[in-house]
Design a protein around this ligand. Sequence first.
Ligand code: SAH
Length: 344
Amino acid sequence: MDRRKPLNPPGSAPAPTDRDTSRSTGSRASDGRGTDSRNTDHRSADHRGADTRKPAVAAPVKVTPTNSNTRVTTGRPALTRTPLPASVSRPDAVARAFNSNTRIGNPRTAVPITVPQRTAPITTPPRQDDNLGLNSERMRNALVARLRVQGIADERVLSAVQAIARHRFVDEALASRAYEDAALPIGHGQTISQPWIVARMIAAARNGKELGKVLEVGTGCGYQAAVLAGVAKEVYTIERIRALHELARTRLRPFRLPHVRLVFGDGMLGVPSAAPFDAIVVAAAGLSIPDALLGQLAIGARLIAPEGGARQRLVMIERTGAQSWVRTELEPVRFVPLQPGVLL
Ligand code: SAH
């Protein structure tokens, strides 16, 4: 089956696909020259567009069963070995969180762990309360070796993964599991993405090119933004849950990455004031890719996003002209849902 399909311009009639012909109706493509003058200070920036909307304060974070790891699609039991921090102690949140933002059918247990002798330069500063200590570097070497075996070939991306201590982005109680190739809960029903997914999405978005400005939708705890910072000159990352936006700011601070700009707001609208982007990576699954994001891609740039509900697939959309986009479907995945509005 030919998975590459031309797309109609955002806002026009949908291009037929073999799995989902629905399009986002709530947004229109921006031409990338939006007049939005939101503050995008690298430490924090409020999404003014979203501020004018009614915040969904009362609604709890909704994760549908289709995004839960209670569905038996991988044949793997839920992973519950490590006692979890209070923030993720609800059993349903645990079950969902461990298996979201992952590839389906990930062969992680079958891959032998090898620890390369050579050590790459590290950008991660030491931390006082760091139980993993120097082991984390060896564990990252092993993680990168596994990613290589699992088909990640972009050395720039692998070095960026190597450089970032993933255990700094999860709760202390989960730190020892940070170098498994698995998603882990970060609270609020959300997850830090599986390292393979992070590397896969960034490598696909990069396409071997030097990246200037990139956008991540779904900051979560900030891990993927930190990895992106290793391959792009400027990283915008937007999160709709205020508490996670703040958490990411705290987690990222020690890494001193002034070219990472945290934005609070609804990423379905993108960040028009900073568009166009040389790549867009979406870390949560919508039923369709928001038109606003397609409009904020630079010509020649790629957007990588999970798409779907009960069944999701990673989708790559390349903007080939002012009014043309080409869609390619990649592997099946399971992500937390992309949701509209903000949670204060
Ligand atoms: N990038 C993260 C993964 C975070 S999980 C990592 O480094 O591992 C996905 C995140 O997307 C969640 O934090 C969720 O709150 C966020 N999200 C969902 N819908 C969103 C939206 N419309 N705008 C911004 N963030 C959104």
